[in-house]
Design a protein around this ligand. Structure first.
Ligand SMILES: Nc1ncnc2c1ncn2[C@@H]1O[C@H](COP(=O)(O)OP(=O)(O)O)[C@@H](O)[C@H]1O
Ligand SMILES: [Mg+2]
Length: 129
């Protein structure tokens, strides 16, 4: 099991994405605390595709070259108009808490966002063992 995908189309899929991320993290040897951080990041990313993009694909995979784990969410939603703002604590276009993306950035070691207005968004976040 080096990659698990969960299509996030309904709210309960968010919990499934978090569960799969935690399972993968534990199997790879992340500590319990680190596994919960990864599950929290997975939950925030999956929630974003559900809330802001009307659904999308969530994937968690094992990285081998340098041992670690990667979360990828991709969607064909509206895109993120201003990525810099979206990374600020408290910024939300949907009346949310606005701490999802900045939280993921802190919980994981690396995060990249690729987003085109009107086309969709891909967010990748990695954590090294
Ligand atoms: N997948 C996405 N598609 C479109 N916009 C997004 C997506 N993920 C995040 N955003 C934008 O980035 C903002 C900040 O995200 P986040 O920090 O998770 O806050 P919140 O989800 O509480 O609004 C969102 O309000 C939204 O405008
Ligand atoms: Mg969010």
């Amino acid at each position: 099991m080096n990659k698990i995908s969960v299509y996030v189309a309904a709210e309960f899929n968010i919990a499934e994405a978090a569960r799969q991320a935690k399972l993968m993290a534990s199997v790879l040897g992340f500590s319990s605390v680190q596994s919960y951080y990864i599950a929290t990041a997975a939950s925030e990313l999956a929630a974003n595709v559900f809330i802001h993009a009307d659904g999308g694909m969530f994937e968690v995979s094992a990285l081998t070259d340098r041992p670690g784990l990667e979360l990828v969410v991709s969607d064909h939603g509206p895109g993120i108009a201003d990525i810099e703002k979206a990374l600020q604590d408290g910024y939300s276009t949907a009346g949310g808490l606005g701490c999802g993306l900045p939280g993921v950035q802190r919980l994981m070691d690396e995060m990249d966002i690729d987003s085109q207005p009107g086309q969709g968004t891909v967010v990748r976040a990695r954590k090294w063992l």
